[in-house]
Design a protein around this ligand. Sequence first.
Ligand code: C2O
Length: 341
Amino acid sequence: APIQTPLPSQCGPADLPSGANPVNCCPPVSTSIDFKFPSSSTPLRVRRAAHLVDAEYLAKYTKAVHLMKDLPESDPRNFTQQANAHCAYCDGSYDQVGFPGVEIQVHNSWFFYPWHRFYLYFHERILGKLLGDESFALPFWNWDSPAGMQIPSFYTDTSSSLYDPRRDPSHQPPVIVDLDFSLNTSTDTGQALIDDNLKLMYRQMITNGSTTELFMGAKYSAGDQPDPGAGSVENVPHGTVHIWTGDPRQPNREDMGILYSSSRDPIFFAHHSNIDRLWDVWKTLGGNRKNYTDSDWLNASFYFYDENAKLVKVKVSDTLDARKLRYTYENVDNPWINAKP
Ligand code: C2O
C-alpha cells in the first residue's frame, strides 16, 4: 500500500543533528482540501537559467522573497515556515498513517523527485501570488552546463533577500562548482574541473541512471523503514552541490549542507529547480528511463500549504506532467550528453 502522511495535527518534534539550534518544524494545524490542477488557461510559468536572468526578473524575484520573509511568522507561506516544511519531511516529524513510530523521509527513495516537485510548485505559486503575477517562475541553477557552474552572482549580494551568510566563503563566484565534491580530496580546477563535471553528469544521468530504480531511487511503501536507497543524481550531484554550498564554519555545514536547514538558503530553490528539470530531461534519454508505474508510488500522499494558505493533499500521480502544473523550463543545451567518459 502507498505511504500516507498524517495531518499537521500529528506532526511531532524533528530529530535534529547535533549542534543544531532547536527548531519546531511543524506547520500550523489545519484541515485539508484535495489538490486541483491549475486551469489550463493560466499562463505557463517559464523557469529560466539563473545565470541568464535579467535585472527586471531579478528585481521581481528578490521582492517576492522579501515579501515572503515579511509575512507573519505564523503564516504557513512565510519563508521560514516554507523552510521548516522541508525539515518536517526529512527529519522525522511525521510517522506514516497506520504505522506509529515509522518515520516518513522524502529523501533516499522514489519520493525524492515528486515530493520536491510539489515543494517548489507551491513555493513558486506563493511567490507569484505575493507579486500579483501568475506567470512568475523560479530560476534554475544550471550547474550542469559550463556557464552555470558557479553560484549565480545575484545570490552573493549581501543586501538581497536571496543572500544567506551561511555558505562556504571559499566557494564564491567565480569559483567553479565541483559536482563530485568531497570533503577530503583535492580536486581539479578550471577547464579540467568543467570536463570532470560534464563526464560526471553523463555517468549519473546515462550510465548510472539507466533504469527507473537506479535513477529515481528505491521503492518505499507503507510500513517500510525510511531510506531504502537514493537514485544516482540524488546522491551526486544533488547531495554534493548541497555540501559544496554549505558553510564549513557551521556544525553541519548549515544551511545548504544538511537536510534540516538546507531550504533556509534561497539558493535551495534554484538548485532543486535544476534537479526537477533533469528529471524531465532524463525521461527523454530513452531506453528504460521511465517513471515508476507502481500504485504505491502514484498514490502516496503529502500535504503542502498553497498560495492561499490552504492545506492541500497531493498525490505523487499529480506530478507526472509539469505542463499540467502550468510550468516549464527554458530550453538549454545539456552538453554532458556528449561527454561520454
Ligand atoms: Cu530535500 Cu536537496 O534536499
